[in-house]
Design a protein around this ligand. Structure first.
Ligand SMILES: [Fe+2]
Ligand SMILES: [Fe+2]
Length: 344
């Protein structure tokens, strides 16, 4: 037979109520005048030990009279984003595709020039001037520019290239702007690509490209991998170009261009730069003969390249295009291409 409890149901209920109000077993025992072990047993049997308090705590909760209510009008936020996108697109220069027409019935030359690195003590500026003069004085010669126009060493892991600039980046960009002005006024520049020394560095420092701003509304500027179609007569010659190919190989100069042909766009001509060693390769895809071009440089006595990579080579490859038939003749040097075109 079960032992008779020494507490009445009323006493037990009162003890449970006290516990619920105080959430404290000792306090409930004290108020009910019961031993701790007794009230603990009663609470345990009633299943109220550890239960969440149902009664308010014995203190007054603070009331916030002017708590700010936050609204999240998500439709309005999306409207704002859409309007911002529109402004961003309209004010942002650069394009991924461009078409340029050359009004001629004679074969013409397009040279692929990059990595001028103007302002560096490691550049042969006299050779570059000769290149520019040839371009300006040769009627059927045009240029597609492929980046790294100025040296623009703002900082580097070594201070040497920063200190070994003959003119500071500010004057380098002033010089470049005048050069672009002259090329554009003479109708010589067909398109220009980004470069890591000019665009990428300024994008890192100030968030936008100064080259794009110089060329804006005048000549197509390609801020990434871009497609430029050169039209003449009834022919169209597509070019895929970028300064620095994601797929470049140190051992195989044209590997980056070949992979771009395969993975980005099967253009007739694929042009890359950056590695300072000019070359070209013909590349057959089924029965189509394509041309892969690697630009050279004018930075041909650079101690850093000589130590860690390979010395840069002066060179501006060029292609002769026919406007009346689908024919391209490649040359490693622009002067050879001009001689050939003029002899036709
Ligand atoms: Fe370069
Ligand atoms: Fe580069």
């Amino acid at each position: 037979m079960a032992a008779q409890s020494k507490y009445t149901p009323e006493q037990k209920s009162a003890a449970i109520a006290t516990y619920r109000a105080t959430q404290n077993v000792r306090e409930a025992a004290r108020q009910a005048d019961m031993p701790y072990s007794s009230i603990h047993r009663i609470l345990k049997k009633a299943g109220v030990l550890g239960e969440k308090p149902t009664a308010p705590r014995p203190h007054e909760a603070a009331q916030f009279e002017d708590l700010k209510t936050v609204e999240m009008p998500w439709r309005k936020i999306l409207d704002f984003c859409t309007e911002g996108e529109d402004i961003y697109r309209k004010t942002r220069g650069g394009q991924e595709k461009a078409a340029v027409k050359i009004d001629t019935d004679r074969p013409f030359v397009v040279c692929y020039s990059s990595d001028w690195h103007l302002g560096s003590a490691s550049v042969s500026h006299d050779q570059w001037r000769l290149h520019l003069d040839t371009l300006l004085n040769t009627p059927n010669l045009y240029m597609i520019a492929v980046g790294d126009y100025v040296d623009n060493f703002l900082k580097f892991r070594s201070i040497m290239p920063v200190l070994e600039q003959i003119i500071p980046p500010r004057i380098q960009f002033e010089l470049l702007e005048k050069v672009f002005d002259e090329l554009i006024e003479n109708g010589k520049l067909l398109a220009a690509s980004w470069g890591n020394h000019d665009d990428e560095r300024m994008e890192n420092e100030i968030g936008f490209s100064l080259v794009e701003k110089m060329l804006r509304n005048r000549v197509p500027y390609l801020g990434g991998q871009g497609l430029v179609t050169v039209k003449a007569g009834d022919q169209e010659y597509s070019h895929l170009l970028t300064h620095k190919s994601r797929y470049q190989s140190f051992l195989n100069k044209l590997h980056g261009a070949k992979r771009m042909y395969q993975l980005v766009w099967p253009a007739r001509i694929v042009v890359t730069a950056h590695t300072h060693n000019p070359d070209y390769e013909t590349y057959y895809h089924y029965d189509k003969q394509n041309y892969l071009v690697k630009c050279g440089t004018f930075k041909d006595h650079d101690g850093y390249s000589q130590r860690y990579w390979t010395q840069g080579r002066i060179g501006v490859p060029a292609l002769v295009f026919y406007p009346d038939r689908d024919e391209i003749v490649p040359f490693l040097r622009v002067d050879q291409a001009v001689k050939y075109a003029n002899a036709l």
